[in-house]
Design a protein around this ligand. Structure first.
Ligand SMILES: C[S@@+](CC[C@H](N)C(=O)[O-])C[C@H]1O[C@@H](n2cnc3c(N)ncnc32)[C@H](O)[C@@H]1O
Length: 265
């Protein structure tokens, strides 16, 4: 597994990635999904798998008696802890470990969130993550997560080399390389099959970064303050288009990543 490489990458990058246009475009989608899944409910325990710098942890903490924020990167956890402390949040347990094995009892978790492409990083053990998540979830519990889509529009239009690799991986996702880190992509039937095998059933899918991903790479991963007003405007416009079409299957299949909600049982 590439766990140590991934941990070293996120230790080094710190919070450098999570304020770029690409990741900022995801935040309102995460927030909307979290609000939809938690509205009017009080949970006993929520897991935030691959919590990173804690952007979702602070949204989840008010919804549960306790949140376990798990990440393999010490620096990411330090930042998540600092973010929670600044927000006056005290019901989060921070765990530095891989999410391939979860330290929770069977059926003891009400909901699991794993946003920000965490599971795609675990390209050779993603089945194990889903199996572990299904094990710890209570019956009727929900798992909301994000994975890379195979037929990303930007890749189809601009990356013939990766397109050939994607075609060669018939019926399943291929490996996409992001900043030297391999990420597992998934087709929708492949994902449904893996989830079905462990007793999780997909109830909702939304695409993130569909047309927004067509911005030039240096703009997409640039900070808003650095890219200038014209690119900021283009980013807002494309995000609105993505928001409007993101739940339609013809479009979410072309997204860079998919936000998926699955239910146990
Ligand atoms: C793109 S970041 C997303 C962080 C956060 N959820 C967000 O959306 O801001 C991916 C995170 O997954 C973590 N990660 C990757 N592989 C992991 C593993 N096997 N176990 C636990 N965390 C992992 C990384 O350390 C990193 O913090």
């Amino acid at each position: 597994m590439d766990e140590q490489r991934v941990a070293a990458f996120y230790d080094a990058i710190g919070s450098g990635y999570d304020r770029s246009l690409y990741f900022l475009a995801c935040d309102p989608l995460y927030q909307a999904e979290i609000t939809r899944l938690t509205a009017g409910r009080r949970f006993r325990r929520i897991l935030d798998l691959g919590c990173g710098t804690g952007k979702q942890t602070i949204l989840l903490a008010p919804c549960a008696a306790e949140v376990w924020a798990v990440d393999i990167s010490a620096e990411s956890l330090r930042q998540a802890e600092a973010r929670c402390a600044r927000a006056g949040i005290r019901n989060v347990r921070f765990l530095q470990q891989s999410i391939v094995a979860l330290p929770a009892e069977d059926g003891s978790v009400d909901a699991i969130f794993s946003y920000g492409d965490v599971i795609s990083h675990i390209h050779d053990a993603s089945r194990q993550v889903f199996a572990e998540s299904a094990r710890v979830l209570a019956p009727g519990g929900r798992m909301a997560f994000e994975v890379d889509g195979k037929w990303e529009l930007d890749m189809l239009l601009h990356n013939p080399e990766e397109r050939a690799q994607a075609r060669a991986a018939r019926g399943v996702g291929h490996l996409r390389v992001w900043r030297d880190i391999p990420c597992k992509t998934f087709t929708q039937p492949e994902l449904r099959g893996i989830l079905g095998d462990v007793g999780l059933h997909v109830v909702r899918v939304r695409g993130a970064n569909i047309f927004h991903c067509l911005l030039p790479e240096n703009i997409l991963f640039g900070l808003p303050a650095d890219v200038g007003p014209a690119w900021r405007f283009a980013s807002v416009l494309l995000q609105q288009v993505d928001k409007a079409v993101g739940t339609l299957s013809g479009f979410y299949r072309l997204a860079s990543t998919r936000l998926v909600t699955a239910v146990k049982g």
